[in-house]
Design a protein around this ligand. Structure first.
Ligand code: 2AM
Length: 469
């Protein structure tokens, strides 16, 4: 019997995704460049609906036509290598589905290149980590609509099942990988916001790990309910090997990153959008690597920690909760604004309500807020800031966000993602900005002209000739 689908790349995500298909009774063939890995995998999981192959030709021959082949290899040149090896073995209308974190412009180019060879190409974002790949990830496929639609019944069986199967057609031209990139950008901001709340809790409000764990558990009962908050509560109460010590306190404060967050920021700059909470999360990870420099400069600069009036202990929890809710809404709004702009610029024709629904289960940023976001985009195409529901929440919580940022600054705690959220909010919701002065400066030194508030047209003023040297 031929397999319904094939999978190339048996690192941990690939292995788990293959098992997910097999668990759903979908016969699958697998292949890996290093054949020992295929052998070990098949030895460990001996099942009639899971077949391993040492030769790529045999792997391809084992698949039902038209063939469907998932690639879960390292993003970058490895994807092109595998595509080159596959081309002579495939027939017209076979489909390659790249499930890695590929750059969306690479996906666009690969799709175009393969179209000329009559091979279909889908770029599909997958989120959910190892556990999601096995039990149900969130899937973001993009490419030719008819090709993706034919695949959907199969993908729905392996996607996260609830609240509804977390898979939908994203759009053409690399839209699947674009949406995944933005998902990861939002994930960076979400993680950094939680880390900033933790930092403030520990350093300023002197909360211990268990108290903070309880605080995050409390958050789980509110609109902040999310996978990242859930794991944070668990992490904070995880003990280390010696009594009364916690693993989190033993972990070196140097964070790593893989690059999709950076692309999100580059895209925001490219498309004249702003994602300051995501940008701050990237910067925080990059600067964390310079541990020595940070240590040296902390010693050099005496901290002027003036005695500050802190909120009373029963006010602190609500302050942290409201500030985090406001910042979370605002960082999702940043990522979604960028998606909306990209949809216009690249003609992705994104459906934001569907995207929010695909993100509700399986993926790392799954959270109850996404239900409300999906509801908003069902009725409206305007930015999240125009949602009456979020307007009410922000009205209620912005005071706490401002107050918490003030406390952080007074206590020398860097809170870039919280502050970025406030910057985004204030910049977007302020009528009169000081850009009149910027335009005057540009006209002064570069004769760039300016528009006036009282009459139409473009104007230049001879600033220096009028006694202003
Ligand atoms: P490997 O086990 O042979 O290294 C993650 O690195 C996955 O991508 C692994 O399955 C790895 O296969 C695969 N991979 C990395 N580079 C590759 C390449 N150039 N060609 C094929 N597969 C590759």
């Amino acid at each position: 019997m031929k397999s319904q689908i094939g999978l190339i790349g048996l690192a941990v995500m690939g292995r788990n995704f293959a098992l997910n298909f097999s668990n759903k009774n979908i016969p699958i063939s697998v292949y890996n460049r290093t054949s020992q890995i295929t052998d070990d995998f098949i030895d460990t999981y001996s099942r009639s609906n899971l077949k391993g192959f040492i030769s790529l030709q045999d792997f391809v021959n084992s698949l039902e036509k038209p063939r469907k082949i998932l690639l879960i290899v390292k993003a970058g040149p490895a994807v092109d290598n595998v595509i080159q090896e596959l081309i002579p073995l495939l027939d017209p209308n076979d489909t390659i589905i790249d499930c890695g974190n590929s750059y969306f412009k690479d996906t666009q180019a690969r799709q175009k290149y393969l179209q000329e060879k009559e091979i279909q190409y889908i770029g599909m974002g997958i989120s959910g980590g190892e556990e999601g790949a096995l039990n149900g990830p969130s899937l973001m496929p993009g490419g030719e609509k008819e090709v993706v639609e034919k695949l959907l019944p199969l993908l729905e069986k392996v996607a996260a099942p609830s609240p509804t199967p977390c898979v939908a057609y994203m759009g053409n031209n690399g839209a699947g990988h674009y949406v995944k990139m933005i998902h990861n950008g939002i994930e960076y901001a979400d993680m950094q916001l939680i880390a900033e709340i933790y930092h403030l809790g520990r350093k300023v409000f002197k909360m211990d790990n268990l108290t903070l764990s309880q605080l995050f558990e409390q958050f789980q009962k509110t609109e902040l309910n999310s996978y990242l908050v859930e794991i944070t509560a668990k992490i904070l109460r995880t003990p280390d090997s010696t009594p009364d010590t916690f693993l989190v306190d033993k972990i070196l404060d140097v964070a790593e990153a893989k690059g999709t967050g950076k692309w999100t920021v580059q895209e925001a700059v490219e498309l004249d959008e702003m994602v300051p909470s995501i940008m701050a999360a990237i910067s925080a990870r990059s600067k964390s690597k310079e541990k020595r420099k940070r240590q040296e400069l902390e010693r050099k600069y005496k901290r002027d920690n003036k005695e500050q009036l802190l909120p009373s202990s029963n006010e602190i929890n609500l302050l942290l909760q409201e500030a985090m809710l406001a910042a979370k809404i605002l960082s999702y709004a940043q990522g979604i604004d960028l998606l909306q702009k990209a949809s216009e610029v690249y003609q992705f024709d994104l459906n934001l309500s569907k995207i929010a629904k695909v993100w509700r289960g399986g993926c790392i940023i799954r959270s109850s807020l996404l239900n409300t976001i999906a509801d908003h985009f069902e009725k409206s195409e305007q930015s999240l800031l125009f949602s009456p529901f979020f307007q009410e929440r922000l009205q209620q919580c912005m005071g706490s966000l401002r107050k918490l940022i003030g406390i952080a600054q007074g206590n020398t705690i860097p809170v870039g993602s919280l502050s970025g959220a406030l910057f985004y909010f204030d910049l977007n919701s302020t009528d009169n900005l000081p850009m009149n002065l910027i335009q005057a400066q540009r006209d002064y030194f570069g004769a760039h002209e300016f528009a006036r508030t009282d009459r139409p047209g473009r104007f230049h003023y001879q600033w220096s000739e009028n006694g202003n040297n």
